[in-house]
Write a protein that binds this ligand. Structure first.
Ligand SMILES: C[S@@+](CC[C@H](N)C(=O)[O-])C[C@H]1O[C@@H](n2cnc3c(N)ncnc32)[C@H](O)[C@@H]1O
Length: 242
């Protein structure tokens, strides 16, 4: 009994230390160092989960939910090494335009290789903090995958992205999340462990903000709730006060 209690208390203390470390660990400096190391092989992570490839599924669902089509102008913020580009370009084609932005020069360098390999001429890569992004363009789709759990100023990034969306345009995201399914509860500490290792915070809930912003909100869980894809549309008309 004594041993059991000791084990339980140590487990709880360890879990809370881990959670705190993860919540305080997502800093721009650490992220930049991490993605400098990961840049060259980052996109291979999509194929880590043999058989199911949930990250690939998430990318495809984000693109599908956004409803992007030929000729659209798309913003992919925190684009990383360009893992979303093939799915986006397949939809918008040569008449569309993709602007992709990331904080890490190293990730953008890897993304540039993807663009060159495919010979796309309508993709523009821009370095910068998503929390401060400013473009002259208004977009049909603003999207982000695996970025909002990482970007330190993630709420500002969403607001900046939303401000750059055309009326009727789609704001579409996909990311990690803490699974709330009954059978994943006993493994909740795994979320914290993985987050701490990859410098992310999957306890953020950007979809709660999206739900209040526009119409057509939809959220789908992927891979037992550890990933999701969500979309909301910007209203066509701003209501005029009487
Ligand atoms: C987990 S990766 C996701 C990359 C890509 N969106 C994907 O789905 O593969 C997170 C990306 O966010 C970028 N990032 C971190 N902080 C950022 C910031 N403040 N503004 C823009 N991008 C940022 C990192 O450099 C990294 O490329």
């Amino acid at each position: 009994m004594k041993r059991f209690l000791l084990g339980l208390v140590s487990g709880l203390v360890l879990a809370s230390v881990l959670r705190r470390a993860k919540l305080e660990g997502v800093t721009q400096e650490r992220l930049d160092r991490y993605y400098e190391r990961r840049a060259q092989n980052y996109n291979l992570t999509d194929y880590l989960y043999l058989g199911q490839f949930p990250r690939v599924e998430m990318r495809k669902r984000v693109v599908a939910l956004s409803g992007m089509k030929a000729g659209d102008t798309v913003l992919d913020f925190a684009c990383g090494a360009g893992a979303n580009f093939p799915y986006i370009m397949e939809q918008i084609g040569a008449t569309g335009k993709l602007i992709a932005t990331d904080y890490s020069e190293h990730m953008l360098e890897a993304a540039r290789k993807v663009v060159e390999e495919h010979g796309w001429e309508n993709v523009e890569l821009v370095q910068g903090d998503a929390a401060q992004m400013q473009f002259d363009t208004q977009f049909d789709v603003v999207m982000c995958t695996l970025g909002l759990a990482v970007i330190p100023g993630w709420q500002e990034a969403m607001q900046r992205g939303w401000a750059h969306l055309k009326p009727g345009g789609a704001f579409a995201i996909g990311d990690l999340s803490e699974s709330r399914r009954w059978y994943t509860r006993p493994f909740a500490f795994l979320n914290d462990l993985i987050d701490a290792a990859i410098i992310a915070d999957s306890s953020r809930r950007p979809w709660e903000w999206m739900q209040q912003m526009g119409s057509g909100y939809r959220r789908e869980e992927i891979f037992h709730g550890y990933f999701y894809a969500a979309v909301v549309r910007k209203p066509l008309k701003v209501a005029v006060e009487p």
